[in-house]
Design a protein around this ligand. Structure first.
Ligand code: ADP
Length: 294
């Protein structure tokens, strides 16, 4: 069953493009990544999902209910971490979290304690005195304290150090194991690839691809880098399957997809001083894909 269904959603801010014709679905129990550079339209999509802004056209459903018509009811079942968090600075962390919890009409005090412990967050501190990373942690606890069935996080990792990021990802995995569905936006694919089952890639307000992470990884590109005693004519590299060729001094670097024998035969005719062949990282495949789409 789909927990989120986005159907031809378009949002203009006056004349400014927010998102155009965005459609994708997130299945129950998935950890779904929403990836794209800054300004691509991730926050706009998410804010529309939460019923915080109105779409220009199209619609979205969460738990089978229209996001606009049932906004308040849906929001009570969602844990949301906005990309930027603002607080009443004078409050203490614990007071703020208790205030947030009162919105859900259930006792969340035990969960608040647990989360604060895992994230190493001092509940007695004033929000005023917290670093950016610690404010982010407050947002994370706020998003998770009521054990929501759907967790939506907009660029959650900014400001978290690698250790904290790992703890936070472990928390999400734990919630996911208990049955929560997760939608996680980021501008850095490599950061979320370990966590997500599928990703939607958004660029300039439009979805360019929805794909399983495992399929993206299987795109069977190889990254080749060769050092020659003397750089051969660039024409040597114009064989089928060679892409993104860069030449730097005596070093040629390219992506290759296809019958690897073709590359090996071409290289065998040249005088090589060093060679590297490796799987490109996902970021590289992603960037490559992006450039092609553009
Ligand atoms: P992302 O979250 O991927 O960084 P956003 O959804 O924030 O992208 O932005 C998408 C586009 O919509 C950008 O061009 C941005 O400038 C524009 N935009 C976002 N919010 C507003 C707003 N409140 N008023 C006008 N334009 C906006």
């Amino acid at each position: 069953m789909n927990v989120i269904e986005i159907d031809h959603l378009t949002k203009y801010y006056g004349k400014t493009r927010g998102i155009i014709d965005v459609s994708f679905s997130v299945e129950g129990g998935e950890i779904f990544g929403f990836i794209g550079p800054n300004g691509a339209g991730k926050s706009t999509t998410i804010r529309t999902l939460l019923g915080l802004i109105y779409p220009t056209s199209g619609s979205a459903k969460i738990f089978g209910k229209d996001c606009i018509a049932h906004g308040p009811e849906i929001r009570r079942q969602i844990g949301y971490l906005p990309s930027e968090v603002f607080y009443y600075d004078g409050m203490k962390v614990g007071d703020l979290l208790r205030y947030s919890a009162s919105f859900y009409r259930k006792d969340c005090s035990k969960r608040i304690q647990e989360l604060a412990e895992v994230l190493d967050l001092d509940l007695t501190r004033k929000i005023d005195d917290l670093s950016y990373g610690n404010k982010k942690k407050v947002g994370i606890v706020q998003g998770l304290l009521h054990e929501p069935k759907l967790i939506i996080l907009d660029e959650p990792t900014g400001g978290l150090d690698p250790l904290m990021q790992q703890k936070f990802f472990d928390l999400l995995l734990e919630e996911n194991k208990k049955g929560a569905t997760v939608l996680l936006s980021s501008h850095i694919l490599s950061e979320v690839q370990r966590l997500c089952d599928r990703v939607a890639i958004i660029k300039d307000g439009r979805i360019v691809k929805v794909e399983k992470i495992s399929t993206l990884k299987e795109s069977n590109y190889k990254r080749f880098k060769c050092e020659f005693t003397a750089m051969p004519d660039a024409n040597m590299f114009s064989i089928d399957g060679v892409e993104n060729l860069t030449i730097d001094g005596n070093v040629a670097s390219f992506l290759f997809r296809g019958d690897v024998n073709k590359v090996v035969r071409m290289l065998a005719t040249l005088d090589i001083t060093d060679i590297w062949a490796a799987d490109p990282d996902l970021e590289e495949i992603f960037m490559h894909y992006y450039e092609k789409e553009a």
